[in-house]
Design a protein around this ligand. Structure first.
Ligand code: FE2
Ligand code: FE2
Length: 184
C-alpha cells in the first residue's frame, strides 16, 4: 500500500490526464471541428462530481492540519482553499456552456473557448502548486492521526471513473483513457 502523499500525487496525475483529454477535444472545437462531445462532457461532469466532492474536501482537511503544524504556510494554503471554490464554479460554468452548445443554443465559440482555457490554466496551476509546495510538506509534517482525519473528511465513496467498478455513464471515457495509456 502506498503512503498517503504518494497516493495524493497519483490523484493529481489522474486529474492532469483528464485535463489533457479536455484540452485535446477543445482544440478540435476551437479549430471549428467537431470534438467528441461525449468525452468532453464526461470529463467535466466527472471533475465536478467526484474530485470536486472528494479530492478537494479531503485536501481542505489536510490543509487545515498543515497550517496547524506550520503556520507560515497559511497564505499559500488560504489561496489553494479559495482555488477549490473557484475550480468548482468554473467547472460548473464550463459544463453549462458545453451543454448549451450540444443543445444547439447559439453560443459564441470564443466564449466557450475562453471558459475552457481559463479552467485548464487555473486547474493546472493549482495542481502544480500543490505538488510543488504542499504534498512534500504534508509528507514531512502530517501525523498518522492527521492522515486518518483526511481519510475521514468525506464518506468513503468509490471512484465512478477510475475505480474498480466503472459507472455505466463513464464507460466510454474509461475505455478512452485505457486506450490512450496503451499508446503512451
Ligand atoms: Fe486542490
Ligand atoms: Fe489536489
Amino acid at each position: 500500500m502506498s503512503d498517503p502523499a504518494t497516493l495524493w500525487h497519483a490523484e493529481h496525475a489522474n486529474l492532469a490526464r483528464l485535463l489533457d483529454i479536455l484540452e485535446k477535444e477543445m482544440a478540435a472545437f476551437n479549430a471549428g471541428e467537431q470534438p467528441n462531445y461525449d468525452l468532453l462532457l464526461d470529463v467535466v461532469h466527472y471533475l465536478q462530481h467526484y474530485p470536486d466532492q472528494v479530492h478537494h474536501p479531503k485536501e481542505d482537511v489536510a490543509f487545515a492540519r498543515l497550517v496547524k503544524r506550520d503556520p507560515r504556510m497559511k497564505p499559500q494554503i488560504d489561496r489553494l482553499t479559495q482555488e477549490h471554490r473557484v475550480i468548482g464554479i468554473a467547472g460548473g460554468v464550463l459544463l453549462k456552456h458545453l451543454e448549451e452548445v450540444l443543445a444547439g443554443t447559439v453560443e459564441p465559440r470564443s466564449v466557450v473557448e475562453a471558459a475552457a482555457a481559463t479552467y485548464l490554466a487555473y486547474y493546472r496551476g493549482h495542481l502544480a502548486a500543490e505538488d510543488r509546495e504542499v504534498v512534500p510538506r504534508a509528507a514531512e509534517l502530517l501525523t498518522a492521526a492527521d492522515w486518518a482525519a483526511v481519510a475521514k473528511a468525506v464518506p468513503a465513496r468509490p471512484d465512478p471513473l477510475l475505480g474498480e467498478h466503472v459507472e455505466s455513464h463513464y464507460r466510454k471515457l474509461r475505455r478512452h483513457i485505457e486506450l490512450e495509456s496503451q499508446s503512451d
